[in-house]
Design a protein around this ligand. Structure first.
Ligand code: GLN
Ligand code: ZN
Length: 669
């Protein structure tokens, strides 16, 4: 399993495995390892974990509802393994996987489980609608052996799929009324003639805001009117995996702030209070909720009007660079003097124990600000000297001062608050602690200039400034619920625009604005894409267009599955983009070629998510393959992503090989 997730390299034993792909779970920041399936895949039930957990809960006197990812979503989210014939779709393995589900569900029933939950989130995406035959076939077989099935959709609207879902032999249908409140009438109307129970996901499993219980109660009452009380259940909108555990362990938030919020445990209380209120008894808790919601609305109304005025005054000219790319390119060549196949990195260098220790001491007050900053400067100097020594062309300062690429900015911007313990799982043992946007966002002072300026002062080579883009800050924070994502993104863009200009004015002539989250922020339904992409790209342009032609704007993307949003990537009009490409073979690059991508591009030449060191020849082969597909004078050479989680040893070796390979490319092409 670890070899699948992280890759494994033991060259002395002849082992050199690349890691399996990890993907974000729908539009959340949670990752899953993508299963690889072929006609040769043998499915087997190794253990029945939901049953084990059911029994564990039962020992405490709690009757739980075991949860499985449903078979169709499981297969639809898988990908064809390398040994699969071309054009193979994992869904073809349905007949092979069903016996395993049947066995697991039968075990539940034998153990006396009454209700089971099968998650089928794929149905909130357009593709879900095409699986009608598969759903009908699978659920017919499952229902024969399973406890009563609650069929769960979340993160979006079920749409037309409700027409076949309502005919499935299931007990209840769960819908997400946080993300897609508008679907309630349609779904009620669709299922009314059936016997289906409707589970209303009214308490958000994705955000951290207190639920407006009075409003939720109205929705539930409407459903009850149509379907009858015995056919309506209230619930959270999705798993609570995506929210922090509890407000109870937050000691630094003010009482006012705490009264706005609700984390996983509090959300459970909300569901209970909601159910009670629907059944006729409005608890104290419910009444307090009504007051808290009113206070929050008042705060929202009186937030920062200067920021709103500035946003309202944005002109179309502010969304475009002064000249088109070819002209900018000439100006930048003179200014930065980079060789062909310029080498650079994505920004961060290893965050060593020492760095984290210094930060933790500083946060605890055990290290003075001055000493902390000295420690960071020392680290920056090491990183700069290393890059000079290994021979990189466009340097970075290494980001040692950043705890996290979003939190770091959030902490310096107005409009954010932070939790102490609001951790949310990203993958495995990796957790993130997203900042919370609570009001209009602005930048009271420069955020990164002193570090980039210091780094530049150490070297004659050009230094690249490093910022996180507006869409990514937004996507990796908990957003406000009272204004649109577009407004929040553009407020962030204005704050970053000032930072970009300040960096340039401080002598930093290459500035990278990372947008790794731009793709994952895509709405789950295609009809909503255009609107999102318009404001997302405009936000990036607003953030980066304040500079002179001679300043080189970079951007970076992770998980760069771009085929379907290509025009938007071009419209960002970044002078240079670096993308994750080492795991996606060359299909991705062909996309760029086929669309005639016109700006500079650095397809990552090796995978940084694994400690595996890429050999020099391997990188040369990569570059050779890149040259086959893209114009050589647009190509840059860089790793796949930041080096933050890597150790120094593999970083040194890998970057050495990378620089040697780029030198070879300069001689060869
Ligand atoms: N500049 C960031 C870094 O190097 C980018 C990280 C990311 O793309 N996720 O860490
Ligand atoms: Zn990245």
């Amino acid at each position: 399993m670890t070899a699948m997730g992280r890759g494994r390299q033991q060259l002395d034993k002849g082992i050199d495995l690349q890691a399996c792909e990890m993907k974000k779970w729908f539009d959340s920041n949670y990752h899953f390892v993508v299963p690889e399936i072929s006609p040769n895949t043998q499915f087997k039930l190794n253990r029945n974990q939901p049953l084990e957990e059911y029994n564990e809960a039962k020992a405490y006197g709690i009757t739980a509802r075991p949860v499985f990812l449903g078979p169709i979503s499981y297969l639809a989210l898988s990908k064809a393994a390398r040994d699969a014939p071309s054009g193979y779709k994992p869904l073809e393995a349905l007949d092979a996987i069903l016996p395993v589900y049947i066995e697991a569900l039968k075990q539940l029933k034998d153990a006396g489980v009454e209700h089971v939950q099968l998650d089928e989130p794929i149905l909130v995406q357009d593709i879900g609608e095409t699986f009608s035959a598969e759903y009908t076939k699978a659920y017919k077989q499952l229902a024969e052996v399973a406890p009563k099935i609650t069929f769960t959709t979340y993160f979006g609207r079920i749409g037309k799929a409700v027409d076949f879902v309502k005919e499935l032999p299931i007990h209840a249908l769960h819908i997400d009324l946080d993300r897609a409140p508008g679907q309630v009438d349609e779904v009620i109307a669709a299922i009314k003639p059936t016997k289906l129970v409707l589970e209303l996901g009214l308490v958000s499993g994705r955000n951290i805001w207190k639920t407006d219980l009075a409003a939720a109660k109205e929705v539930a009452n409407k459903a009850i009117q149509e379907l009858g009380a015995d056919r309506v259940v209230v619930a959270t909108s999705s798993s609570l995996l995506h929210t922090p555990v509890t407000l109870g362990s937050e000691n630094r938030l003010t009482d006012e702030q705490k009264a706005w919020l609700s984390f996983a445990l509090e959300k459970c209380e909300e569901v209970a209070a909601l159910a009670q209120a629907i059944n006729g008894s409005e608890s104290e808790y419910f009444k307090q909720n009504t007051k808290d919601i009113a206070a929050r609305r008042e705060f929202e109304r009186t937030s920062d009007s200067a920021v709103r005025d500035r946003l309202a005054a944005v002109t179309p000219e502010m969304l475009a660079r002064k000249s088109p790319f070819p002209q900018r390119r000439e100006a930048q060549k003179k200014h930065l003097d980079l060789p062909p196949f310029p080498t650079t990195t994505i920004g961060s260098f290893p965050q060593t124990k020492e760095i984290r220790l210094a930060r933790s001491k500083f946060n605890k007050g055990e290290l003075s600000k001055e000493d902390y900053e000295k420690a960071m400067e020392h680290e920056i100097e090491l990183v700069v000297r290393f890059q000079e020594k290994v021979g990189l062309d466009l340097l970075v300062h290494g980001e040692p001062e950043r705890n996290d690429m979003v939190q770091y900015f959030g902490e310096q911007l107005k409009g954010f608050i932070f939790t102490q313990n609001g951790w949310v799982q990203s993958y495995g043992s990796r957790y993130v602690r997203p900042p919370i946007i609570v009001s209009d966002v602005s930048r009271p002072h420069p955020m990164t200039v002193r570090w980039s300026q210091y780094a530049q002062s150490l070297t004659k080579k050009p230094m690249k400034g490093m910022l996180t883009g507006p869409v990514t800050i937004l996507n990796w924070s908990f957003p406000r619920a009272d204004v649109s994502r577009e407004v929040q993104s553009k407020q962030l863009a204005l704050a970053l625009r000032d930072e970009v200009v300040d960096l340039q004015n401080a002598g930093i002539y290459a500035i990278q604005v990372d947008e790794p989250a731009i793709r994952e922020g895509l709405p789950l339904r295609k009809v909503d894409w255009d609107n999102y992409l318009t404001w997302a790209v405009d936000s990036f342009r607003l953030a980066t267009s304040g500079v002179e032609d001679s300043t080189q704007v970079h951007s970076h993307f992770c998980y760069s599955d771009f085929a379907d949003i290509f025009p938007s990537i071009q419209r960002l009009d970044a002078d240079v983009i670096s993308i994750e490409a080492s795991k996606s073979d060359l299909k991705l690059l062909e996309t760029f070629r086929n669309h005639g991508y016109s700006n500079e591009i650095g397809p990552g030449v090796y995978d940084i998510h694994s400690p595996r060191v890429p050999g020099e020849q391997e990188i040369k082969d990569r570059i050779a393959a890149m040259v086959e597909v893209l114009p050589k004078d647009l190509l840059c050479v860089n790793p796949d992503c930041g080096l933050k989680t890597r150790g120094w040893k593999e970083t040194e070796e890998s970057l050495h090989n990378l620089v040697q390979a780029a030198r070879w490319a300069r001689e060869t092409y």
